[in-house]
Design a protein around this ligand. Structure first.
Ligand SMILES: Nc1ncnc2c1ncn2[C@@H]1O[C@H](COP(=O)(O)OP(=O)(O)OP(=O)(O)O)[C@@H](O)[C@H]1O
Ligand code: NI
Length: 261
């Protein structure tokens, strides 16, 4: 996996929240890399800055949050120099995101099949009929076995696990090479969690996607991740390939995390 190309490179990223006269640093000098086909885990206690890191990469960190310094490169794009409009375009084509709460991430008043079709129509010249066929194909790819039946359902009519699969289908339909998954299974039933994670593992192999996986669950990290970054109080305190991190954690905080398993 070492000779895979670097997809995402974050260097010396700092971000903070400005409220009144106060400035609170949420992310401090974070550097990380994701390669094609790799699952890279970002772990750490609640409030350590994992989501702020993810939102910064996605260009979705809204005021009072802001990036103070650092560089974010995706493919050849310097994301820090992109306009809001360019970033939105990249989110539909180069990078995709799935969140903890898939039901809220979807548009509540649009059938799920349409939402996948819209993504397809964004960057492919296809007829409505072709877009529909492609959407159904992506649904199948994301493990939704009866796409024809699901196509016209609204998000509230299907389960959380299915909503997350729809989000995955949208990510696949976008052709994104980077997927950012922020606690993608936390809100789901335990059995469904495993299925969704297996799905992520499968699509990174099949589609050669790079995945930045934010999770609290070290069991998941051990099973899926190739590389791990450990965050504490906004900083990366340890990183390494998953085998090294688990067999000989160096930083006391990493040891502590391991003991909490
Ligand atoms: N909307 C906000 N306003 C002010 N400060 C915020 C806001 N969101 C986050 N922060 C600050 O940023 C820090 C990092 O938050 P972040 O959401 O990245 O943590 P996290 O590692 O994702 O935690 P969790 O595991 O609970 O999701 C928080 O401790 C908090 O101080
Ligand atoms: Ni978070």
């Amino acid at each position: 996996m070492n000779n895979e190309s670097t997809l995402l490179k974050v260097s010396h990223l700092s971000a903070s929240f400005h409220t009144g006269s106060q400035q609170v640093r949420a992310v401090e000098d974070v550097s990380l890399e994701v390669r094609s086909g790799q699952i890279v885990a970002l772990v750490g206690e609640s409030g350590s800055g994992k989501s702020v890191t993810a939102m910064s990469i996605l260009g979705l960190l809204d005021p009072p949050g802001c990036i103070d310094s650092g560089d974010i490169w995706l493919h050849g794009h310097n994301l820090r120099e992109c306009s809001t409009r360019q970033l939105r375009k990249l989110r539909g084509t180069e990078m995709a995101v799935i969140f903890q709460d898939p039901m809220n991430a979807l548009n509540p008043v649009l059938p799920v099949g349409r939402q996948i079709m819209e993504t397809i129509a964004l960057h492919r010249q296809v007829t409505g009929q072709e877009a529909k066929q492609l959407a159904m194909k992506q649904m199948q790819q994301a493990g939704l076995n009866d796409p024809a039946q699901l196509f016209s359902k609204y998000p509230f009519q299907i389960s959380g696990g299915m909503c997350q699969r729809v989000m995955i289908a949208i990510a696949l339909a976008s052709g994104a090479s980077l997927l950012i998954a922020d606690e993608p299974t936390t809100a789901l039933d335990v059995t469904i969690q495993a299925q969704i994670l297996t799905e992520l593992d499968r699509i990174r192999r099949a589609n050669h996607m790079g995945i930045l996986l934010i999770t609290h669950d070290l069991g998941v990290v051990a099973e899926l991740a190739d590389y791990v970054y450990v965050m504490k109080s906004g900083r990366i305190v340890e990183s390494g390939n998953v085998f090294d991190i688990f067999s000989r954690p160096v930083h006391p905080y990493t040891k502590y995390l391991m003991d909490c398993r």
